[in-house]
Design a protein around this ligand. Structure first.
Ligand code: UD1
Length: 345
């Protein structure tokens, strides 16, 4: 879709259901190539990044079937270990395939992911961790050439920053490594727990996912399982913000309230009321939002960087001055200029 037309001044009321989390589905699709047999993924969102992951799996020789939000991945025909440049470019997060491909096939060749609209996105933490596990990685002319002799070897990996992608790559590579791997200062995002849940259902032995220290006891092999992807917390917060900016009232269904609880205080400070039932939220917004004193993005369970732009849009129509501090990505204020073109101060 190249254009969206939005007619303003309509209160949003009603009910809407949330899809499965993209940021869970992508690493789990990568994990599926390691699990022997036919893995079944339920609640997989229909997004272009998922299409790109499916294209990578098919390129590698996996058979992939899609039926609505259900994806079946059969790794029986897995024969490749490279991701062509055009597929790498389609999705920056395809770097998460690195740990899975190299652990499963003993080699991986892919191009270096470039920067993106959020600024430079280095992968130094991914590469340092994979090297610690014993992967030989050569970087030449924008290409990564990785080789594993025998099996990777478990070790202690302290991360200088709790990178989500690096934590995922380590989980994937260490799941079938020899011995025990301990990640210190691991990312604690719910999507990490979801990836570990998929891997554990496939036979991996991972403890502590969702906490700062994760222990992975390597197993010989993984076998396919059936897994339901967790609800998308960013999509949930997006609908919450849509209710908030329009002074509306929305019931948001199929959510995991615990995963979005980190954004509740900011919404409440701005005057929204949030009622929580089991897997549903009712967000009721006032006619005029109040300012939020400050939004500081932090790794989970801090305020998510992916929700910073949403709160900024809300702050534009709120009474008073709100302050934003982005701590995760260097250039994540591009929306500010666009909001100013719409008349925001
Ligand atoms: C994931 C999410 C993204 C979210 C982000 C932070 C996916 C597909 N994407 O991205 O939506 O905004 O977490 O919650 O799950 N960094 C390094 N070196 C590295 C890796 C990261 O310096 O090797 C830096 C990054 O430049 C960035 C910060 O660490 O400044 C956070 O990155 P990371 O947690 O890795 O985010 P992603 O996994 O890329």
């Amino acid at each position: 879709m190249s254009k969206l037309f939005i007619e303003g001044c309509h209160r949003l009321n009603g009910a809407v259901a949330v899809h499965g989390a993209k940021n869970s589905a992508l690493p789990i699709l990568a994990a599926a190539l390691m699990a022997d047999g036919v893995s079944e993924l339920q609640n997989c969102p229909g997004l272009s990044d998922v299409d790109a992951s499916v294209a990578i799996l098919r390129h590698l020789g996996c058979r992939v079937e899609r039926e609505g939000h259900r994806i079946l991945v059969d790794n029986t025909g897995l024969s490749g270990s490279d991701i062509p440049d055009d597929l790498m470019r389609e999705m920056r997060s395809s770097i998460v395939f690195l740990g899975a491909i190299a652990a499963k096939t003993g080699a991986a060749v892919l191009s270096f992911p470039g920067g993106c609209e959020l600024g430079p996105r280095p992968i130094d933490l991914h590469l340092a961790a994979l090297r610690q596990l014993g992967m030989a990685i050569e970087e030449e002319r924008g290409q990564l050439r990785c080789r594993v002799r025998g099996r990777l070897k478990g070790c202690k990996i302290p991360l200088s920053f709790p990178s989500v992608g690096a934590t995922e790559n380590i989980l994937l590579a260490a799941a079938t490594a020899e011995g025990t791997t301990t990640i210190l200062n691991a990312a604690r995002e719910p999507e990490i727990e979801d990836l570990a849940a998929f891997l554990n259902s496939s036979g991996a032995r991972i403890r502590g996912a969702g906490e700062g220290t994760v222990v992975i006891e390597g197993v010989d092999r993984l076998s396919a399982c059936c897994h339901r992807v967790i609800p998308d917390r960013i999509e949930t917060a997006t609908y919450m913000a849509a209710a908030a900016v329009t002074g509306g009232s929305l019931v948001i269904k199929d959510v995991e309230p615990a995963h979005v609880a980190t954004v509740f205080p900011a919404f409440e400070e701005m005057g929204c009321q949030i009622d929580v039932w089991k897997n549903e939220l009712l967000v009721s917004a006032p006619a005029r939002l109040r300012r939020v004193r400050s939004v500081r993005t932090m790794p989970y369970p801090g305020f998510p960087t992916d929700c910073q732009a949403l709160l900024m849009a809300m702050a534009c129509v709120a009474d008073g001055t709100s302050v934003f501090i982005e701590n995760i990505f260097e250039s994540r204020y591009k929306h500010a200029g666009e909001l100013m073109r719409l008349g925001a101060k």
